[in-house]
Design a protein around this ligand. Structure first.
Ligand code: AMP
Ligand code: MG
Length: 406
């Protein structure tokens, strides 16, 4: 049986960023990754610009910082100066307006007074040449790369793309992700379960996980544990970039998902990983007849198994398809807040509450009774990895912890 790390590297080795597509800047392609370099088309600012409201002056006119100058013009943002400054002259100027020729500094309005209209008296430190001026090309030079390939489009990148006048850009698209719940016992959340039935928690939960991981979720509903129903839904699911099936992958009498996937042409690369929860997890690939491939996950149906397997295996895949160079969540070392007795026969991803403190990261284990106990995970924000054996782990001991919220 493979370890989690072996399974992760095998799965990621079979996943490639999706081919780039051209996308408009409206609506904003938030969280997409750039698949091209973006270069400045021109210097920015295009000419010297005032960084403050005040007066553009010649610094040589104010050797002591004090003096009175003739105001020859006013320039607000959006206007251009008509006159060049000669000795003894100033220009009233607003933030963002171009600096007139001849001026080499801006004195802030708070250090000035216009007692007599058309004359400004200045009482400041001697102005430095360039003071309060954003010189041409200071933000970027024509031809310079301002956003590299692979940049994540956060609000600030979107703003910069707008500044540059980009209308369409090349990005890796959000992976389309089909989600299928399986099980004779399942009814949807808005239905009342009959005898022996339970509500389908994994459909909504996995849909939310896919969305949070940057995928485009497409929920296919519930398939009963028959080859006929499974086959039809699997055909639909295999049209997506990623197909996630929950339930039916273990050793039970009606666990028919592995065989149904195989019949549909899916090649299984992994079935079972040395971990708890989620040991029966399956990963396979499917070559779509029209080109392209589908990455397929069979997650054990117990809700916590589905949740944890998604975090460990499917989320990195969605991120890799979206172009992230480092798709795996960052693991950290955190110290236990309290003594904790734990016995397990497989490496176990246990719910915990990860908190930062003055002494670094701390992890508080959350009481948890197993794969169906989703409620415990509502108090948790991270997974703490406990090793095999029956051991008393001591407060302060350090463990690998992986955030589920970051
Ligand atoms: P399975 O993986 O199909 O053997 O299911 C394992 C356990 O998880 C069983 O108790 C199922 O009833 C339960 N289960 C399976 N699918 C779901 C689901 N979509 N929502 C909630 N529980 C489920
Ligand atoms: Mg089942």
């Amino acid at each position: 049986m493979r370890s989690v790390a072996e399974a992760q590297s095998l799965i990621l080795g079979l996943s490639q960023p999706l081919p780039p597509v051209a996308i408009s800047l409206h609506p904003a392609p938030l969280d997409r990754l750039l698949a091209e370099e973006i270069r400045a088309q021109q210097d920015l600012p295009a000419r010297d610009r005032s960084a403050m409201d005040g007066y553009a002056v010649r610094s040589a006119d104010l050797p002591t910082g004090k003096g009175e100058l003739l105001v020859i013009e006013e320039v607000t943002a959006g206007r251009v100066p008509q006159l060049a400054l000669a000795s003894g002259q100033a220009c009233r100027i607003m933030t963002g307006a171009p600096v007139p020729a001849g001026a080499d500094a801006v004195v802030v309005v708070e250090r000035t007074r216009e007692n007599v209209p058309g004359r400004v008296s200045i009482d400041d430190q001697p102005p430095r040449p360039g003071q309060n001026i954003v010189t041409r090309g200071k933000e970027m030079r024509a031809g310079e790369v301002v956003l590299p390939r692979g940049a994540i489009l956060r609000p600030q990148e979107i703003g910069l793309l707008a500044t540059l006048g980009c209308r369409t850009i090349q990005v890796h698209p959000a992976p389309t992700t089909a989600i299928l719940s399986t099980g004779d016992e399942l009814v949807e959340a808005n239905e009342v379960p009959g005898p022996g039935q339970i509500r389908n928690s994994n459909g909504p939960m996995l849909t939310a996980q896919v969305t949070r991981a940057g995928g485009l979720a497409h929920y296919l509903g519930i398939a009963r544990d028959s080859f006929e129903e499974l086959g039809g839904k699997i055909t639909d699911g295999l049209k997506a970039d990623v197909f996630i099936v929950s339930g039916g992958v273990s050793a039970g009498k009606v666990d028919r998902v592995p065989e149904a996937l195989q019949q549909a042409g899916v090649v299984a690369h992994i079935h079972k990983v040395a971990m708890k929860p989620g040991k029966p997890v399956l990963f396979g690939t499917f070559a779509r007849p029209g080109g392209g491939g589908t990455l397929v996950f069979g997650l054990p149906g117990n809700p916590v198994s589905s949740l944890v397997c998604f975090e460990l295996f499917a989320r990195p895949v969605l991120r890799r398809l979206a172009g992230h160079p480092l798709p795996c969540p960052v693991g950290i070392q955190a110290s236990l807040t309290e003594d904790f007795q734990y016995a397990t026969d497989r490496p176990t991803y246990h719910p915990c509450l990860l908190e930062s403190s003055g002494e670094g990261w701390k992890a508080r284990p959350i009481p948890w009774f197993g794969s169906s106990d989703l409620r415990a995970f509502c108090q948790a924000n991270a997974l703490i990895l406990f090793p095999v054996g029956s051991q008393k782990h001591c407060a302060g001991q350090r463990f690998f912890v992986q955030s589920m919220d970051g």
